[in-house]
Write a new protein. Structure first.
Length: 249
């Protein structure tokens, strides 16, 4: 039996849901690498920060290379997890006013980086269990006025996860691999993104009043609640190749 702890990479670990997920996993004995542009401020012997702008996808291969995976002994871990949490709301407002540069950066961070990391982790994790949790949203399935980029990115991430789940069942090269991809919608969580949403004018985001009301009525979830559910998903062995779920609270 390996004496190494299970390993998880959590993107967007400096705040909000990513930060809470990193702490939940540490409490369970996982070794956690948090990836974000800022340090997470977590002082724990099993935690390390990796400062990285995941939207700079042209540099991902330099940051996450074979030597990186070997250094963390991913192939020898009893279990490996990847939590693709980092995301931006992207340019908001009327579709006709979208900034293509901002849109490109949002899609790089929200779609391309998690897809690339997932593909790399399949190769690096060896034959042990690999669980990938993609943070999803109701926006993956329902369009909202003013949220074109965010809806498009979450919809794309959902389809990528489902497609890879099909490949795990149908592609001979992946036969026998213990890999599960989970699309997890955490609900409306009290994070910095919610603060950004509430700052919009109704002309930019017609549904902003709903989010103002949720905050005023104390209906936002604390990050620790869905974070515990994410940790549960990384530890499960009864999931299909692709699984979609949401926080029940």
């Amino acid at each position: 039996m390996s004496t190494l702890a299970p390993f998880a990479l959590v993107t967007g670990a400096s705040a909000g849901l990513g930060h809470a997920t990193a702490r939940a996993l540490l409490d369970r004995g996982w070794q956690v690498l948090g990836v974000s542009r800022r340090a997470a401020g977590i002082d724990h012997p099993l935690y390390a920060d990796l400062r990285c702008d995941l939207s700079a996808v042209e540099a991902l291969g330099d940051t996450f290379d074979v030597d990186w995976a070997t250094g963390w002994a991913l192939a020898a871990r009893p279990r490996v997890g990847l939590v693709n949490n980092a995301a931006v709301l992207g340019p908001t407002g009327p579709f006709i006013d979208l900034d293509p540069v901002e849109m490109h950066r949002a899609l790089a961070l929200n779609v391309v980086a998690p897809a690339w990391l997932t593909a790399r982790f399949v190769g690096w994790a060896g034959g042990g269990p690999l669980r990938v949790v993609n943070i999803s949203s109701g926006a993956a399935h329902k369009p909202y006025a003013g949220w074109a980029t965010y809806c498009a990115s979450k919809g794309a991430l959902h389809q990528l996860g489902g497609t890879f789940g099909n490949e795990l069942e149908d592609m001979p090269a992946l036969d026998g691999r213990d890999v599960c991809i989970v699309g997890f919608a955490p609900g409306v969580v009290d994070t910095d993104m919610q603060t950004q949403i509430r700052a919009h004018a109704p002309r930019e985001l017609p549904m902003v009043q709903r989010f103002l009301d949720l905050k005023a009525n104390g209906e936002l979830l604390p990050p620790e609640m869905p974070a515990a559910a994410i940790a549960d998903l990384l530890e499960r062995d009864d999931l299909p190749p692709f699984h979609e779920t949401r926080y029940p609270g």
